[in-house]
Design a protein around this ligand. Structure first.
Ligand SMILES: CC(C)(COP(=O)(O)OP(=O)(O)OC[C@H]1O[C@@H](n2cnc3c(N)ncnc32)[C@H](O)[C@@H]1OP(=O)(O)O)[C@@H](O)C(=O)NCCC(=O)NCCS
Length: 202
């Protein structure tokens, strides 16, 4: 019963789309501004905070899921991810002036026979609602794109929920919808030229 109530409340919250104006005002009241936020590469020290942020932002984004992954599970997943030290994956975080993480994006190499045109994947990008629509998603994306380009990866895809309002974010940035063999769209988007995307983001 409690879980159901929690789900309904989360669903109601998503109807109120974050606005740039309101988020900027609220930041100002907290003594924050865009210039006090920093974007940096995540380190293993961030794992507990990343786990909590990942759980919070994911459950806010998918309110219909009654039992979303917990912070403990996310922390475990990040701990496993950080054991991979080949330098091929990346994670960037947004940190506020109080040292709290408020957003993150992760990029990983991609390889699939069915999609040979793509070698990089934007595997996650999430911001707390109070920090959305301020250009931070674009800045995080820019970091992931730079990471791939520096490693000779010139294209990138992602898999989103096609019903997620954030698909507009990808479309605004020129992402191409990727269809399956039967012509159906399941939420995959791709950029075939990351240099072009980088130019657009700058
Ligand atoms: C998706 C996300 C990372 C985008 O980051 P952001 O900082 O909010 O986006 P930006 O401010 O850089 O947006 C750039 C442009 O993308 C478009 N856009 C971004 N979010 C949008 C939304 N929810 N609805 C419609 N358009 C959107 C807008 O055109 C926006 O420009 P504008 O605000 O001047 O109109 C962020 O909104 C988020 O964390 N969403 C919830 C988590 C999520 O869905 N992640 C993706 C899972 S696949």
């Amino acid at each position: 019963m409690k879980a159901l109530l929690h789900t309904v409340l989360r669903m109601l919250r998503t109807f109120r789309r974050p606005s740039r104006h309101v988020n900027l005002q609220r930041m100002q009241r907290r003594g924050e501004s865009l210039s006090t936020l920093i974007i940096r590469e995540a380190t293993a020290r961030d794992i507990p905070a990343l786990g909590a942020l990942h759980a919070k932002t994911w459950s806010d984004t998918y309110p219909r899921v009654i039992h979303p992954p917990t912070a403990q599970l996310r922390e475990h997943q990040w701990r496993e991810q950080f054991k991979v030290t080949d330098g091929r994956w990346c994670c960037y975080v947004v940190e506020n002036s109080r040292g709290q993480l408020v957003g993150f994006a992760k990029g990983i190499p991609f390889k699939a026979e069915a999609m040979p045109d793509f070698n990089g994947e934007l595997s996650k990008i999430y911001l707390l609602r109070g920090y959305q629509r301020l250009g931070l998603g674009s800045r995080l994306l820019e970091k992931v794109v730079q990471h791939f380009l520096q490693r000779g990866i010139r294209n990138m895809l992602l898999f989103a929920d096609p019903g997620n309002a954030s698909c507009r974010f990808y479309e605004t940035l020129g992402a191409e919808k990727l269809f399956d063999r039967k012509g159906a769209f399941h939420g995959a988007y791709g950029w075939r030229d990351l240099q072009e995307l980088l130019n657009r983001l700058r």
